[in-house]
Design a protein around this ligand. Structure first.
Ligand SMILES: *Cc1c(COP(=O)(O)O)cnc(C)c1O
Length: 410
């Protein structure tokens, strides 16, 4: 199946009613006629649903569809992007482990590493992922995985994934890629060496800001039999190449209660059907808006990977095929001007989300990063002059008009 077809058909549930959408199995538990039958299900001798904290048929439909879109061997849907990251981290790392992560990360991920993972005894080493040398010198025998974002949010860095994957291979480490900003539509990260792919399904996958959710996918690139994690080792024999998914589901996800509500997953499934169409529009609108911003004297800088002089244009061109995503950042003279611009916008919503059909804007320094130190902000590329814009799928002339008239007033 081609991408657009899989986005509509993969993982469909066929039932006797002929329903064309996955039913919302809003049921905490699943009953069996015979005691012997449920015994077999519990012992893993027979497939069946038991309890929705472990698995649920609506959730399975979404997992199968995401797995098809990323070309994986297995997927787990979670209650949020954060719980997909947490499931992955706790499956691969434990007290005494280290991980190597990019310095340029989404604020929530950075805070999870700092406030939860570090206090669980996992040391997080931050490296400049533009430099293979910096990554290599951060790796030790205690390193359990490498972590990066496909297009980092909000700094918009894009790395050469094949190169980083070669470093990961050299040290036999899995490479975890947060693919939220690119989605499987811009690239199949598996083909560039990603081992585990993570999404916040809240963003482009659902696409209209209706539900928080996440998903992780094992691409099958990494051979788990030699991984050092205790949880993976306990499954390497029994589960073979599925050791990661098996360990993640039964040793982390179900214990932490990270399962999504089936109703939310229904919105993810609905969103996926139009992902390809939306991404095309997000990308073309963002490029046009970036070009417009570049001509505005009140805007002192524009960061969009699709602009000719952008440092990451070539990496994006090579990996995402002349498409550069829907996120961009601009800088104005100072914080006051940023606030004034936001206050004068008519359509663009001032909120903390990305990947919505609507154009969204936020001043990250006073909001998402308000509790971060100066160093933490600068690693994330955040300063008081910066605005992040998630370009929606409205008619681009209306978005430009909205910004143009707001700029005139400030
Ligand atoms: C939003 C986001 C997350 C976290 O996802 P939630 O669904 O909000 O928990 C992780 N990574 C990136 C790049 C994000 O934009």
């Amino acid at each position: 199946m081609n991408f657009e077809t899989a986005a509509v058909h993969a993982g469909s549930i066929k039932d006797s009613t002929g329903a064309t959408h996955a039913p919302v199995y809003q049921s905490a538990s699943f009953a069996y006629e015979k005691a012997g039958e449920i015994e077999c299900v519990f012992q893993g001798k027979k497939f069946g649903y038991v309890y929705s904290r472990i698995s649920n048929p609506t959730v399975t439909a979404f997992e199968l569809r995401m797995n098809a879109l990323e070309g994986g061997i297995g997927a787990i849907a979670t209650s949020s992007g954060m719980s997909a990251i947490a499931t992955t981290a706790f499956t691969l790392a434990e007290n005494g482990s280290e991980i190597v992560a990019s310095k340029s990360l989404f604020g929530g991920t950075y805070l999870f590493f700092k406030e939860i993972l570090e206090s669980s005894g996992v040391k997080v080493i931050y490296a400049d992922f533009n430099s293979a040398d910096d990554i290599e010198s951060s790796i030790s025998e205690r390193t359990r995985f490498l972590f990066l974002e496909s297009i980092s949010n909000p700094k918009l860095e894009i790395y050469d994934l094949k190169k980083i994957s070669a470093t990961a291979r050299k040290y036999n480490l899995p490479l975890v890629v947060d693919n939220t900003v690119t989605t499987p539509y811009l690239w199949r990260a598996k083909d560039f060496g990603a081992d585990i792919i993570i999404h916040s399904a809240t963003k482009y996958i659902t696409g209209n800001g209706t539900a928080v959710g996440g998903v992780l996918i094992d691409t099958g690139n990494y051979k788990w039999n030699s991984h050092q994690s205790t949880k993976i080792k306990s499954y390497a024999g029994k589960a073979g190449s599925f050791a990661f998914i098996a360990a993640a589901r039964s040793k982390v996800y179900q214990h932490l209660g990270f399962a999504p509500a089936p109703q939310n997953v229904f919105f993810h499934l609905l969103g996926l059907e139009t992902l390809a169409l939306r991404m095309e529009r997000h990308c073309s609108n963002a490029l046009k808006l970036a070009e417009f911003f570049r001509e505005q004297p009140k805007i002192t800088s524009v960061n969009y990977p699709g602009l000719n002089d952008n440092r990451y244009r070539q990496a994006a061109l090579r990996q995402f095929g002349d498409r550069y995503g829907g996120l961009l950042t601009i800088e104005l003279e100072g914080r006051e001007k940023c606030f004034d611009l936001i206050d004068n916008l008519k359509y663009a919503k001032n909120l903390a989300n990305i990947g919505d059909t609507k154009t969204l804007i936020i001043h990250p320094e006073s909001t998402i990063y308000s509790n971060c130190s100066g160093d933490e902000k600068s690693n994330a590329g955040v300063n008081s002059r910066l605005l992040r814009i998630s370009v929606g799928i409205e008619n681009i002339n209306d978005i430009i008009e909205d910004f143009s008239s707001a700029l005139e007033k400030i």
